[in-house]
Design a protein around this ligand. Structure first.
Ligand code: FES
Length: 161
């Protein structure tokens, strides 16, 4: 029996019908057609499906859509604005910080959370993503070579040291 839920995704409220077992990642991709959120492992390991729920990162393959009812969600499609790319997207682009790009949306959303809400005790892999060897140096270069600054409008801005 389907249940009606409302998800506010990237600032727009959507009321949809889902089965109680529907995973949030599938609701986002298949019902809302926001395919920037990817499914890599489907077992909560890779982080490709990472989104922000109420500003906190979550692997959407481990969340039921009904659990997100009434919540505010940010997907990679919500990072850019009419003024342009989010600073992290610009940084990833400038540093070619990707491999095939499949996991990049999840990495960016996790990085947004870390940069906007710094955590005192970071894990060894603060992104929580399984990283590929080829882009690792690019991602580290990006993360070490940039600092977060804030624009006058409060949006984060990446600057070279
Ligand atoms: S698809 Fe969700 S963690 Fe891999």
């Amino acid at each position: 029996m389907k249940k009606s839920i409302t998800l506010t995704v990237n600032g727009t409220a959507h009321t949809i019908e889902v089965e109680p077992r529907t995973l949030l990642v599938h609701a986002i991709r298949e019902i809302l057609n926001l395919t920037g959120t990817h499914v890599g492992c489907d077992t909560s390991s890779c982080g490709a499906c990472t989104i922000l729920i109420e500003g906190k990162s979550a692997k959407s393959c481990t969340v039921l859509a009904v659990q997100a009812n009434g919540k505010s969600i940010t997907t990679v499609e919500g990072l850019a604005t009419a003024e342009g790319l989010h600073a992290l997207q610009e940084g990833f682009h400038l540093n070619h910080a990707l491999h095939c790009g499949f996991c990049t949306p999840g990495m960016m959303l996790r990085a947004v959370e870390l940069l906007e809400k710094p955590q005192p005790q970071r894990r060894r892999d603060p992104l929580g993503n399984i990283r590929q060897p080829v882009p690792l140096h690019r991602i580290q270069q990006y993360r070490q070579g940039h600092s977060i600054r804030f624009r006058q409008d409060g949006r984060p801005r990446i600057a070279l040291h």
